[in-house]
Design a binder for this molecule. Structure first.
Ligand code: MN
Length: 424
């Protein structure tokens, strides 16, 4: 049987060459329909969703002794079954969708129950998020922010090159793409003012990130090898770590971000598996100094993954691209982040979400936040129609996209969108 990543595979469903969801992808999500409102697990194929709960019920996917894990409102129960089951299931789904397999292709009755047009489905948060940790692993981003606030000579803090820096975020406000984002309120104290006030954020920003979905747990007190960490990673989503820069600036000393990043985090609805991304694995930047032993990696764990951010103000007809970069620039890989996270004895859980940190590249058009794009408000970005932005305004819609380009197909992530509503 061909490997599900084989570029020559074709589905019996028509998939456009620029579709994010060819048969080489098969990302997992949670959806519901008007006819059947219970959320369940499916995979995206072209502009359709294959209902895995139907496939399992009809005996076409056999997960015994586990049963019914796809009739859940998250992919957590499926993830808990482990990497061997993930791989086996993906191979089986690929086999069922192949153009030369008549089983589903020629069974009209089954097809009508198992395939749902994506436009008719409501997409839900795919993961019941156990914990959310946000890293700070792009050297270009950390350097840009450091230069802005501390000057060129002290841009990177002394610890930055020795470990993946992070803070513990909030799982309670991780939402799926399409969820509107209410402008947060908080304590603001601009440097030129004596006392703080409580008011709506005036410097609302996005952060372009990828999210790792952890699919296996690890015990309290344990550490993770490179292989163990890699095998715990189920897949990836696009992630927007919405940030209130003015709240952050006043609150973050000395314990780091708190409410400035706790009001919302948006993720894309489809979890692209680590296995589907394997053909796009590339080495990351050279790490100097050599990381300590517990952080060493013997294989590449970065991905050649194109990323694109566009912004549409309420009065604009079309969105305008404001950032185009690549996930491959990340200094610390997701595997290193996970090894570091567990290294003190911190237990990891099925459903943990790790934000990569803002992904910026070396070029100006590769900056992954408005803070960097507008250089802290001093160089507003020019949008069509004479619109300028230093930070996000009410009514702005922000869309992130990501994809790995194969030969004649792409393994894509769909989008992570959020529109800003005025503060209450
Ligand atoms: Mn972040």
């Amino acid at each position: 049987m061909p490997h599900p990543n084989d570029p020559k595979l074709r589905a019996f469903i028509d998939v456009a060459p620029d579709s994010d969801f060819p048969i080489q992808n098969l990302p997992y999500g949670v959806f519901s329909t008007a006819a059947y409102p219970a959320p369940r697990v499916g995979v995206a194929i072209g502009d359709q969703i294959l209902d895995l709960a139907v496939m399992e019920k009809d005996g076409l996917i056999d997960l015994s002794p586990a049963f019914g894990v796809f009739a859940h409102s998250s992919i957590n129960a499926f993830m808990a079954l482990g990497p061997k089951v993930w791989s086996k299931t993906r191979a089986r789904i690929s086999e069922l969708l192949r153009h030369d397999n008549p089983h589903l292709r020629d069974n009209k009755e089954l097809r009508s129950r198992a395939l749902v047009p994506m436009r008719e489905a409501k997409l839900h948060l795919p993961v019941a998020v156990s914990g959310y940790t946000d890293f700070y692993s792009s050297k270009e981003h950390a350097t840009n922010v450091g230069v802005m606030f501390r000057g060129k000579d002290n841009a990177l803090q002394p610890n930055w090159l020795h470990m993946p820096i992070a803070y513990n975020g909030r799982a309670s406000t991780v939402v799926v793409s399409g969820t509107t984002i209410r402008r947060p309120r908080g304590q603001l104290k601009p440097p030129n003012v004596e006392v703080p006030s409580f008011a709506p954020c005036k410097r609302l920003d996005f952060e372009l990130e990828m999210g790792v979905v952890v699919g296996q747990s690890s015990p309290m007190g344990g550490m993770l090898s490179e292989k163990q960490a890699e095998e715990m990673i189920f897949g990836f989503v696009l992630l927007n770590d919405w940030s209130a820069r003015d709240i952050q600036q006043w609150e973050y000393v000395p314990l780091g971000p708190f409410l400035a990043k706790a009001f919302a985090t948006s993720i894309s609805p489809w979890v692209v598996t680590r296995e589907a991304l394997e053909p796009f694995c590339v080495p990351g930047p050279e790490q100097n100094p050599t990381p300590l032993d517990y952080l060493r990696q013997t294989r590449p764990h970065n991905y050649d993954l194109e990323l694109d951010v566009s912004l549409r103000a309420a009065q604009m007809k079309e969105p305008a691209t404001i950032c185009h970069t690549n996930f491959r620039y990340m200094y610390w890989s997701s595997v290193q982040q996970l090894m570091h996270h567990a290294s003190s004895g911190c237990a990891m859980n099925v459903g943990d979400l790790l934000g990569s940190g803002t992904i910026s590249g070396p070029e100006k058009h590769q900056r992954g936040s408005l803070l960097e794009i507008s250089w802290n408000g001093s160089e507003p970005v020019e949008l069509p129609g004479g619109i300028r932005r230093s930070f996000l305004e009410d009514g702005d819609s922000l869309v992130m996209r990501g994809w790995c380009q194969g030969d004649g197909y792409r393994v894509g992530f769909g989008e992570a969108e959020g529109t800003i509503l005025p503060a209450e």
